[in-house]
Design a protein. Structure first.
Lengths: 1024, 473
């Protein structure tokens, strides 16, 4: 009976078997599995109490000592947000500056949980005024580049900073002792503190020389100003002040000097106001079809070698009006009536006009200066009293350096922010000279073409990890602050220089502060607060007195020099080297976002190519074909160099011109950038003064090879009458009829009728009582630069798919820019039309989805529910705008099975799914898995954040509260997002504009995006 | 006793007795398979295996293995889906509609036509699933109670209608086929000499005893199922056509689609029935059950449906022109004269022009020619779907997004795989199940057989040996 009350675990216990009784004594009857980390040696180790106390004592002491040392406190001050409330999951914006690849932009860096993930423009900047470019948008990805160096290298082998410092210092002292030159070769430095650091370095090593060059040189302009104004500076161009701009091949909207600033300034005069319909007029005279040319009101094509002649023609025409002496003219590159019309336009807009040239030829630029001088533009639309610091390179200096290196007079070469072995046209001579330099040091962040040839590589921080200051124009300062602790064992280049110079203070942050205290802000009691304020705002402005200059130029001399030089420089086929709007000079070659951004003109990704007109291609046996898989190849040769490039035919190229983009053909850029395209830098020639990018005496030959090109848009004839998906009008017509080009009276009535009628008389499908989100895109401001594409990619975690996939039309961009040609086939007009999900109120995609994975929100958003999507692709088929994107493969390693179990995702050739690049992902946006559809969400995460903020603050949402990614990035503010129910919002007003039209309105999908008709400021319909 | 007119050709020739019918048909099931059968099934199994490999690739790697792109979201797979569904249409028509219309000639072909329907629908059903980005989530498409709200599928979506229509169709066809087969399975059971065969066919026959009550119920259920299935002939392909007709894409957005698709489906279905019948007839010695008259009757339906399809094609062109919509006009100009012009003209030739040859009686009754035509029509109908589906997508509204489409080996492989599946199933059916409805043939033997005709002639005073409109070959 008693036994019945006993609980027993098993028969062994009940029967009290002896082995069981013995085992019961053991507390842990089975071997405890500790994993592989603890093996026998650990478990079996014996230590007595004494050892334990010894170890305890040591570790406590060590921890105490370590914790007791003072750590330098470096303050990074968040922008406009109380720093004491850093809330996990909430983004903080830090003001900073980006100056990479020669492009200046004052920025705000969005930091989420300690990781910079997005870059926006800083609206407090007077230079870039809150806008960005594709390159600036993409630069954040550069921080997480897997090809960055993890630490210093000595002859390619990892080394400690201490060892390398000792060795470098020793060698520098020896070299300086011998009186040999120490050369710091850098790209343009606009940091006053860095310049001071170099000056300090010079004090320590007096034989130091600082030589600056720019990958894409502007030294022609600088030298021309020395000749005409005795002032070797680059002028500040005030595009906003110019009513008439004549550009001779200067792509100021895309790549020339400071495109972000110029595009923003340009946009002010391109917003057509219906009450006061006025806008600036841009003439473009060029050989290649540049982004600026595609946006120009009037565009004329000339042979590259005729640029000087055309400028002389214009000079003479203006001289005829101003009464100045004419110079002896060359060929007539432009028709006389064209020159006369341009001159007339310029002359009637005296002091409000601007003539610029992208040429690097000194004589050409002297003539341009002379024209601007005659037009009284100096001090108004361009300014040399407060010049630009953005290009300081001197081609002659770098040529002299290469000679000196080959002579053996250079003892040490320190390369900072430059990659001369790749981007110097004289790279071969540079490389051979490099072997004769005893100490070579590079600050490159990767083992690039130059760094790999150097003895020491002392990697600099990435821009987002470093302190720095910038002075793009005198008195306009900006700062950059670290937004993340250095990811790798890198050191600021300035600190390296200071260390080698045995400076007292080698902390660059302190150094900048000291420099600002002594030179910029002033050593007064309010310094700290002023510094904090500048750091918070990112920018600081100070009045500086301009230096007065006097015109001493002689156009006649320049013209005759030009003519005599040009006589030998003409051939049947000529080469123009240009920068692509996306990739620029090649600095960003390893940035997959930029590589995958379709070029605004050619829509090619992942390549450079021979851009030619149809005439030229036909002449060499290449026909236009839709097939991009087997593009025919040209061998382009100048006698010394040759390259094989695929032929891309584009209307609007001068028929004797082959245009090839620089910045490609890197061999040591990294996984994404290596061997993409061909390096065209060696083709640039040195004419004794400057590098020239227009080359004559080029031979081309059709090669038997074929090349895969990844083009996102193919050429087709478009008849605007039949497919009115983009609309344009002339300013004259617009003045008389605000509806001109947008719709005819009949159309308007019909559209009104369509909007009201429905086959199904159920009344309205959707009612929007709260917000009703919408967008307006001004085709007149949009320049097609592609900043929105990259901004969207960064904001919304859009995968990079690589060249092969783009070639299969699997690109994933949520916003694209459709390029349409129309008019004259040889010199067509171009319209850039951003196309993204139109968030239709009667969306055809929504009703076809069998599982309701795409639905309509009560705020008018067309939503995607990724985890509901089964991937029938029915929605994409039924989208008339074709803006839906399908995850064909597991591009992001998000699958629940398959590729994520394999370390290398074969559908991610660029390693974008590795841990480091993944740090750039926006945690607010779902990373999509394979097999689901995705598309523009109108940045629903941004809408949500702004709504919550407004709610927290107990106020209604204001018009400017939400800035979607594409809108925020747009350098010309062509995109406006807002609430259409708020009748005072910009978008509601735009929708009421007479220029407003909806793409494919006639199929009654009721899109929420309105477009504003493009207005062209020209009288003729078709260019001559 | 009901005796048919002597003028009508006999539906069963060769003066068969009831026993002859049983032996002729059940004998095929009982004997060992021929070498040709083994050779054929080897080929079809290889095709099936290749298809399975391609399907594995698709599921493992993603739809990226297809040649589809951002513009063309549906290509070969949906083309094949519609094609197979179309082929599946003849079965229902023959079994249900002809039953209701008391077309006695159907007995010779209905069994295999129904089998073909089931296999074709199986092949068709595979495509929408394999074609999904996430096929493992395919069950989302069914309206099942769930704990997520519940979340229902989108009842507005034609794809959902498709699921409903096709699953209904498959169920009804399967039931109909099986129902009809029960007496025949019992016949085989009763003749079985091995234990296994008796057990298997016994189970399949579900205890059929051939009593009057059984026969009565069998007939009633057949009629009811026929009644239910008849609307399906019209509805299934109409619903499939809604996938396209309800969209906004020029070339898809067409109100003519439902009748046009139904006619096309019957057209291609009859062609496929002919292909299979003519082979079975030859290899399995069923000339007396599937006579030239059967072939001719089916060819007549082919002329009718082919002509309807032709009228539809031309109406489409007219509507496009008459609509005044540029996009619509372009879509059709592009079909006929764009880069895939040849696909359009193959379609036109195969589907509109070639069936017109059947107006000649000689050709209509020519077995070789009919076989050739049945292949031509199926090729033509495949191209019809190809022309409609990817071609309309590849050049729609915005020129910027136009993209060419070319199928990858995976898509072609899956198609080959379904051909493999179809023919493998059909070969197994030929070997293991009664190819001709034994009971139904017996049912008409006394009224429409050779001997019945003799009797009828005698009654009508037609001299013996007078020429009958029967060609034996």
């Amino acid at each position: 009976m008693k036994d019945n009350n006993k609980y027993w675990k098993g028969l062994e216990e009940l029967e009290a078997a002896p082995e069981f009784e013995a085992a019961k004594e053991n507390e842990f009857p089975e071997n405890i599995v500790m994993g592989d980390t603890i093996d026998e040696s650990v478990l079996g180790a014996t230590s007595d109490r004494r050892d334990f106390l010894k170890m305890l004592g040591f570790s406590v002491t060590a921890a105490t000592i370590a914790a007791g040392c003072e750590m330098p406190v470096r303050k990074a001050i968040p922008y406009l947000i109380k720093p004491e409330e850093i809330i996990p999951g909430e983004a903080i914006m830090y003001a900073s500056t980006s100056f990479e690849g020669g492009e200046y932009c004052s920025t705000l860096v969005k930091v989420r949980d300690g990781r910079p993930i997005k870059i926006e423009g800083n609206k407090m900047s007077h230079i870039t005024q809150g806008v960005t470019s594709a390159r600036v948008q993409a630069s954040v990805l550069g921080l997480y580049d897997t090809n960055r160096l993890r630490g210093p290298l000595h002859n390619g082998e990892p080394v400690t900073w201490e060892d390398s410092d000792i060795e470098i210092k020793k060698q520098l002292n020896t070299i300086a002792g011998k009186g040999q030159k120490i050369v710091i070769l850098s790209s343009t430095i606009i940091s006053p503190s860095t310049k001071q650091v170099i000056a300090d370095f010079k004090t320590k090593y007096p034989t130091t020389e600082h030589i600056t060059y720019d990958a894409i040189s502007c030294s022609g302009i600088i030298m021309a100003h020395e000749k005409t104004f005795n002032s070797a500076v680059l002028p500040k161009y005030n595009i906003r002040k110019a009513d008439v701009i004549v550009s001779f091949g200067a792509d100021f909207l895309g790549t020339w000097i400071s495109p972000i600033e110029f595009a923003k300034e340009y946009s002010f005069k391109r917003k057509v106001d219906k009450d006061n319909p006025k806008m600036s007029k841009v003439y473009s005279i060029e050989s290649n079809l540049s982004l600026t040319g595609s946006n120009a009101d009037e565009r004329y094509m000339i042979k590259p070698s005729h640029e000087g002649d055309a400028i002389i023609q214009l000079y003479n025409a203006i001289a005829g009006k101003s009464g100045a002496n004419k110079v002896s003219g060359g060929k007539s590159a432009l028709k006389d009536d064209v020159v006369e019309a341009i001159a007339k336009d310029l002359w009637s807009n005296k002091s409000k006009s601007l003539v610029i040239s992208g040429s690097n030829n000194v004589n050409v630029q002297v003539l341009v200066n002379a024209i601007n001088h005659m037009l009284n533009n100096y001090g108004r639309t361009l300014d040399i009293s407060k010049p630009s610091n953005l290009r300081q390179g001197s081609d002659m200096a770098v040529k002299a350096l290469i000679d000196n290196m080959n002579n053996g007079t250079v003892g040490a070469l320190i390369v900072y922010g430059a990659n001369p072995a790749y981007d110097l046209p004289l790279a071969t001579a540079f490389n051979s000279g490099l072997e004769k330099v005893s100490l070579t040091v590079s600050f490159a962040d990767r083992n690039d073409e130059t760094a790999s040839k150097m003895e020491y590589v002392c990697p600099d921080h990435h821009g987002l990890e470093s302190w720095n200051d910038f002075e793009p124009y005198p008195g306009n300062y900006s700062l950059s602050q670290p937004t993340i602790a250095p990811l790798f064992d890198t050191r600021a280049a300035q600190e390296s220089l200071l260390t080698w110079a045995d400076a007292e203070n080698t902390v660059y942050y302190k150094y900048i502060q000291n420099h600002w205290q002594t030179n910029i802000l002033g050593d007064n009691i309010s310094f700290q607060s002023e510094w904090d304020e500048s750091l918070r705002d990112g920018v600081y402005r100070k009045n500086v007195e301009g230096t007065e200059v006097e015109y001493t130029g002689d156009a006649g001399v320049a013209a005759s020099a030009l003519l005599s030089a040009n006589s030998s420089k003409e051939s049947n086929v000529e080469l123009v080297l240009y920068e692509k709007t996306g990739l620029g000079n090649g600095f960003f070659a390893n940035n997959p976002w930029l590589q995958e951004m379709p070029d605004p003109i050619s829509k090619v990704t992942w390549d450079n190519y021979a851009l030619v007109s149809e005439d030229l291609a036909n002449k060499y046996g290449v026909q236009h074909e839709v097939d991009n898989k087997n593009k025919k190849v040209f061998t382009i040769s100048d006698g010394n160099n040759s390259m094989d490039l695929p032929v891309v035919i584009i209307p609007g190229l001068q028929p004797n011109t082959v245009a090839v983009a620089l910045g490609y053909g890197r061999t040591a850029a990294g996984r994404a950038g290596d061997n993409v395209g061909k390096n065209a830098y060696p083709f640039a020639s040195f004419d004794g003064e400057t590098f020239n990018y227009n080359l004559a005496n080029i031979s081309i030959q059709k090669s038997s090879a074929v090349h895969l090109t990844a083009i996102t848009q193919i050429h087709h004839n478009i008849n605007i009458e039949e497919r009115p998906v983009v609309r344009e009008t002339l300013l004259e017509d617009y003045k008389s009829d605000r509806y001109a080009g947008t719709s005819t009276e009949k159309e308007r009535e019909k559209l009104e009728e369509i909007r009201e009628t429905s086959l199904y008389n159920f009344g309205v499908d959707h009612e929007y009582n709260g917000h009703h989100w919408g967008m307006s895109i001004d085709l007149n401001s949009c320049i097609g630069c592609g900043a929105c594409i990259v901004a969207c990619q960064a904001e919304n975690n859009i995968p990079v798919v690589g060249k092969k996939e783009v070639a299969r039309k699997h690109e994933m961009h949520w916003i694209r820019i459709d390029r349409y040609f129309y008019g004259n086939k040889d010199n067509p007009n171009v319209i850039h039309s951003p196309m993204l999900c139109q968030h239709c109120d009667n969306a055809p995609c929504e009703n076809v989805c069998p599982v309701s994975a795409t639905t309509h929100s009560d705020e008018g958003l067309n939503q995607m529910i990724y985890n509901r999507c089964i991937g029938t692709r029915y929605c994409a088929n039924n989208c008339p705008y074709k803006v839906r994107r399908f995850n064909w493969f597991d591009y992001q390693s998000q699958d629940s099975f398959g590729a994520d179990t394999i370390i290398a995702n074969e559908h991610d050739p660029l390693g974008m799914t590795e841990d480091l690049p993944r740090m750039v992902l926006n945690p607010d946006v779902t990373v999509r898995s394979r097999g689901v559809m995705e598309k523009c969400t109108f940045c629903v995460q941004k809408i949500q954040v702004s709504k919550l903020t407004a709610k927290d603050e107990g106020r209604p949402l204001k018009d400017h509260d939400i800035e979607v990614a594409c809108e925020a990035a747009c350098p010309t503010n062509a995109i406006v997002f807002g609430d259409m129910n708020d009748l005072t919002s910009r978008v509601a007003l735009s929708k009421k504009d007479e220029r407003n039209f909806h793409v494919l309105e006639e199929i009654h999908v009721v899109p929420s995006i309105g477009y504003l008709t493009k207005v062209r400021n020209t009288k003729q319909q078709e260019n001559a | 006793m009901f005796i048919e007119s002597a003028i009508r050709p006999a539906l069963v020739t060769g003066k068969k007795s009831y026993h002859d019918v049983t032996v002729d048909i059940a004998g095929g099931v009982e004997g060992t398979a021929s070498k040709i059968w083994f050779a054929a099934i080897t080929v079809t199994l290889l095709a099936l295996l290749w298809g399975l490999y391609c399907m594995t690739l698709t599921v493992w790697d993603g739809i990226g293995t297809f040649g589809l792109n951002r513009t063309v979201g549906w290509g070969w797979c949906i083309t094949n889906f519609v094609w197979w569904i179309g082929i599946g249409h003849a079965g229902t028509l023959i079994s249900a509609v002809l039953l209701l219309f008391r077309q006695r000639w159907r007995t010779g072909v209905n069994r295999s036509a129904e089998a073909m329907t089931i296999f074709a629908v199986m092949c068709a059903g595979l495509f929408p699933i394999i074609h999904m980005g996430r096929p493992w989530m395919a069950f989302f498409i069914f309206p099942y109670p769930n704990t997520r709200g519940p979340v229902w599928p989108n009842f507005n979506s034609p794809l959902f209608w498709d699921v409903t229509a096709i699953s209904t169709y498959f169920t009804i066809s399967l039931l109909f086929w099986y129902m009809g087969m029960i007496p025949d399975l019992a016949t085989i059971r009763d003749r079985a000499v091995t234990k296994i065969r008796r057990a298997v066919y016994g189970t399949l026959a579900m205890g059929w005893k051939g009593t009057a009550r059984h026969w009565h119920r069998h007939e009633i259920v057949s009629l009811h199922l026929a009644g239910i299935a008849t609307p399906l002939v019209l509805s299934v392909h109409s619903v499939v056509s809604f996938d396209f007709a309800t969209t906004v894409i020029p070339g898809w957005h067409t109100t003519i689609f439902p009748p046009y698709f139904v006619a096309g489906a019957i057209f291609s279905g009859f062609a496929m029935v002919l292909t299979l019948m003519l082979i079975a007839r030859k290899t399995m010695n069923l000339k007396n059950y599937i006579t030239v008259d059967h072939v001719e009757s089916m060819n007549k339906i082919i002329i009718l449906t082919g002509t309807i399809v032709g009228v539809a094609y031309i109406s489409e062109l007219f509507t496009a022109w008459y609509s005044g919509s540029f996009y619509e006009q372009f879509a059709f100009t592009n079909r006929a004269m764009g880069s895939y012009w040849w696909a359009y003209w193959i379609m036109m030739t195969c589907n509109v022009l070639s069936p017109q040859l059947f107006w000649f009686k000689k050709l209509r009754r020519n077995i070789g020619f009919t076989f050739f035509m049945s292949i031509v029509i199926n090729v033509g109908m495949w191209f019809e779907r190809f022309v409609i589906i990817p071609l309309s997508l590849s050049k729609d509204y915005l020129i910027s997004s136009w993209a060419p489409y070319q199928a990858s080996f995976v898509e072609i492989g899956i198609f080959i795989g379904t051909l493999g599946l179809f023919f493998t199933c059909f070969l197994l059916f030929c070997k293991f199940l009664p190819v001709v409805a034994i009971a139904e043939v017996k049912h008409i033997l006394k009224t429409s057989g050779d001997e019945a005709r003799d009797k009828s002639e005698k009654m009508n005073g037609i001299p013996e040996g007078a020429e009958r409109p029967v060609v034996n070959n």
